[in-house]
Design a protein around this ligand. Structure first.
Ligand SMILES: [Zn+2]
Length: 385
């Protein structure tokens, strides 16, 4: 039978710990198994937030996480009165947001069990926000359970992580991702295998690729960029193509959401609004929302470029595999001829330095380097023999 734990793809050890915690939580008192602060870490795509949400569902479900009851469904879609899912759109979570959250969760759970807060990006807490939250986590006898998610332990302040029980998630195997795409999402086996392989264990990306033809065709264009780098002019052109594709993809995703948000905000202010005061209030709120949306759009473009760079890195990784005689381990099996030809023409040491150049560019982008400039510099390095 299906349960919420099916969403923890390839994470048997974590599932076991969480099941034990849910069973222990029924007593309502804090035990060794059931504590009220948890930290989920794992590489991108390992399903940190899916795991945390599944745990939240199981904590409020009368059947320890059936996945189908009202409790389970409303917990997952954010409408459960005792489950709060904090998804960060901006680049950081500020202290005002945490204070506001703390006043909201100060009440006892309405259904009598636990009140659960899932924070998907605990690594984006500012220092003052983290300190404000620390007090709440330390509070004894609380009925609130904190489920924090971050890429690694080091992304969270030591004071916070030392108070959390740690759940380490791993990159699921290609096989585990393939199976979940076939069984849960109804993807055909051939497509599931392709999407799982090229997504390198990133479940969300695999699913997106499997269902989105535009994303697949963008990926093909991006994967062929390394083959076109035969001059400096070509390198600049490739950088522009990469940034354009990533920007278009990111903007298409945010436009629809932006419009919806503004419409619902205006509606909220429009209801029963009379007089100039309300109009000014609405205009101010819309302006603030637009500012937030702009910072989110910037982040989405950066994430999208980062994803493209990771894809390109798999090309050079495959070349390196061929050059070191392990051609059976290549990821991009659809490009095997091009990869073999490239491997024969270029020295092994340059492949290694190209991969580090890509990783360096990713680090620079994460530190707010200008996207086009960074990609141009990178493509020029990749264009060298
Ligand atoms: Zn349930």
């Amino acid at each position: 039978m299906a349960t919420v734990y099916d969403n923890l793809v390839g994470q048997d050890h974590a599932s076991e710990i969480l099941r034990a915690a849910v069973a222990a939580s029924r007593t309502g008192v804090e035990t060794q198994e059931m504590t009220h602060a948890w930290l989920f870490t794992g590489p991108p795509g390992s399903g940190r937030s899916s795991a945390a949400v599944a745990f939240a569902q199981a904590l409020v479900c009368g059947y320890q996480g059936c996945g189908t009851c009202n409790e389970c469904q409303s917990a997952a879609n954010g409408s459960h009165p005792d489950v709060e899912i904090i998804r960060t759109e901006g680049l950081s979570i500020k202290v005002e947001e945490i204070r506001e959250l703390l006043t909201r969760v100060a009440w006892a759970p309405s259904m009598g069990g636990w009140r659960v807060v899932v924070m998907e990006d605990a690594d984006r807490l500012t220092e003052s926000a983290a300190n404000a939250m620390l007090k709440a986590i330390e509070e004894p006898g609380t009925r609130t359970v904190w489920l924090l998610c971050a890429p690694t332990l080091h992304d969270v302040l030591p004071t916070i992580r030392s108070r959390c029980r740690h759940i380490q998630l791993h990159t699921p195997s290609d096989e585990a991702v393939t199976q979940v795409l076939i069984n849960r999402d109804g993807v055909t086996p051939a497509m599931a295998r392709f999407a799982a392989r090229v997504s390198q264990g990133h479940i969300g990306r695999a699913k997106y690729l499997a269902f989105n033809e535009g994303a697949r065709s963008n990926r093909t264009t991006i994967m062929h960029l390394p083959l076109q780098l035969n001059s400096l002019a070509a390198a600049f052109k490739a950088a522009q193509t990469l940034v354009d594709l990533a920007t278009t993809a990111a903007n298409a995703a945010s436009e629809v959401r932006d419009e919806k948000e503004i419409a619902s905000l205006q509606e909220a202010y429009g209801k029963g609004a009379t007089g100039r005061g309300m109009a000014t209030g609405a205009a101010k709120a819309v302006k603030e929302l637009e500012k937030e949306q702009k910072s989110r759009a910037t982040r989405m473009v950066r994430d999208s470029i980062d994803g493209a760079l990771l894809d390109i890195a798999t090309f050079y990784r495959d070349v390196m595999m061929v050059q070191s005689g392990s051609s059976d381990a290549i990821i991009n099996t659809d490009m095997v001829d091009a990869i073999n030809a490239y491997a024969a023409k270029h020295p092994h040491h340059s492949t290694v330095s190209k991969i580090s150049a890509i990783m360096e560019a990713r680090t620079n982008l994460a530190h707010n380097a200008a996207p086009l400039l960074t990609c141009e510099a990178l493509m020029c390095r990749l264009a060298k023999a």
